[in-house]
Design a protein around this ligand. Structure first.
Ligand SMILES: [Cu+2]
Length: 463
């Protein structure tokens, strides 16, 4: 899926001697590799340079480089892209090298890195290397440390990746627009000793958010709070791939937040520790077990756990509106409202109208006509029916005995007999007292307990 569209552009078809190749090469940009797919690509094992254990970018990929006189050279192209948010919805975003977010850049502690940035956007841009120690003039803040990169121009950034850890990149130029359009990417600096901070599976992705009206394709860039698409790496569930692990693996998940609000990220079935932040690796003595960690705006967290428990474990933002998609946020609460009469009247005027939620939401499996190019609010189905989730939701799938580099979706977990919650089929009398349904008057009393009748203020006046 990697296309080499600009490969050796400018080299021409002239046979040249070896000594000329390097001189011609010196004037040539590294190829601008581009990606056409939104699926998770396999880890890029380093073909040259110092060894490291590569990461897997969720619904993303790692940018290839070339080595030139000991310098790692990358070529980022800032450009408009068409990103599939999930099957059934595409968005006109801005990104790098064919996708939003841009490709992950992976280097090794101590590497000298040269990044060529070509601007194919209709306005100026820059790239800020979030979290890096570098010369001030390489920090990428338009107006402050450099002039903006004008459309059609290429700038060069060069620095030594001094500190191992997890970083991000994004523009510091017309940020409101450029971040709202999806311009961001991940940066990993691996430790120079590959036996340090080792994980068997090392995933990474960015949290991002868009405001795209149902039926349209381009984000509203002035939105400050009311986003309607909450995404991992510009993908919404069920478009987000699972994170596949082998039982017993040490698993790391690195998450950066470039939305405009915080996200409490929650893993089911396992406890994790926060092993890294934007500031670097956390000292082991400072780590405590968590099942949810809040990631503030502009922050990065690397969580680690042992994948000991087999199954399909939910992994999601714990803000319930962030596990929803675009359609249906403006629906009034109808719990307890008998809508039959009014529905009959509305249906004479609007034949497709559906009454919603007399007994709750129940929208996960609802089929209603949608405008083109949008995603229903709660969607995705599993082996037991509708999952009723969208947005920032995926699964960690733990299976026995997977090969080290096997990341393909193993399908749904097959639960051993007797390990799935089941319907009670016995008699009411054989149920523990606490589990019996309350009678109409209020809470069921245990033997010897008094039932308090509560009279609310005002309720007596009506008699
Ligand atoms: Cu969230």
């Amino acid at each position: 899926m990697v296309s080499r569209r600009n490969f050796m552009s400018g080299a021409g078809a002239v046979a040249i001697g070896a000594s000329l190749v390097s001189r011609a090469g010196a004037a040539m940009l590294p190829e601008a590799v581009t990606m056409t797919a939104a699926a998770t690509q396999p880890p890029l094992s380093p073909p040259n340079g110092r060894p490291y254990n590569p990461v897997v970018t969720l619904n993303g990929w790692t940018l290839p480089w070339r080595m030139k006189n000991g310098v790692k050279e990358f070529h980022l192209v800032a450009e408009p892209v068409l990103r599939e948010i999930a099957p059934g919805m595409k968005a006109n975003l801005w990104g790098y090298n064919g996708q939003s977010p841009g490709p992950t850049i992976e280097v090794v502690e101590g590497d000298r890195v040269r990044i060529f940035v070509t601007n194919k956007l209709p306005e100026h841009t820059s790239v800020h290397w979030h979290g890096q120690r570098l010369p001030n003039g390489m920090d990428g803040v338009t107006g402050l440390t450099q002039p903006g990169i004008q459309p059609g121009k290429t700038f060069v950034y060069e620095f030594v990746a001094k500190r191992p850890g997890t970083f991000m990149y994004h523009p510091h130029a017309d940020e409101m627009t450029q971040m709202a359009m999806g311009m961001m990417g991940f940066w990993i600096t691996h430790p120079k000793d590959p036996s340090q901070h080792r994980a068997d599976r090392d995933f990474c992705f960015l949290l991002n958010a868009y405001d795209i009206d149902p039926g349209s394709y381009t984000p509203k860039t002035s939105t400050m709070l009311d986003f309607n698409l909450w995404t991992f790496n510009s993908r919404a569930f069920p478009g987000i791939d699972p994170m596949v692990c082998s039982q017993g693996d040490r698993v790391r998940i690195r998450v950066g937040n470039l939305t405009m609000t915080n996200h409490p990220i929650h893993l089911h079935g396992h406890e994790f520790v926060v092993a890294g932040t934007d500031g670097g690796w956390t000292p082991p003595a400072s780590r405590w077990p968590e099942v949810t960690t809040d990631i503030a705006v502009g922050q990065m967290r690397a969580i680690e756990f042992d994948a000991t428990e087999l199954g399909d474990w939910a992994f999601h933002c714990h803000k319930s509106h962030h596990t929803m998609n675009a359609m249906g946020h403006e629906v009034p609460t109808m719990i307890g409202v008998d809508q039959r009469d009014v529905l009959a009247k509305i249906n004479q005027l609007v034949p497709d109208y559906m009454a919603m939620g007399e007994t709750g939401g129940a929208m996960g499996e609802m089929e209603m006509p949608l405008p083109d190019n949008t995603l229903p609010m709660m969607t995705g189905s599993g082996p037991f029916g509708g999952i009723e989730m969208g947005g920032m939701f995926t699964t960690v799938k733990v299976r026995k005995g997977l090969a080290r580099n096997d990341y393909k979706d193993p399908g749904w977990y097959r639960h051993p007999a007797g390990t799935v919650a089941y319907e009670w089929k016995g008699s009411d009398a054989s149920m523990p007292a606490a589990a019996r349904a309350p009678d109409a008057g209020g809470m069921a009393a245990r033997p010897g307990e008094k039932v308090l009748k509560v009279i609310k203020p005002g309720s007596q006046d009506k008699h």
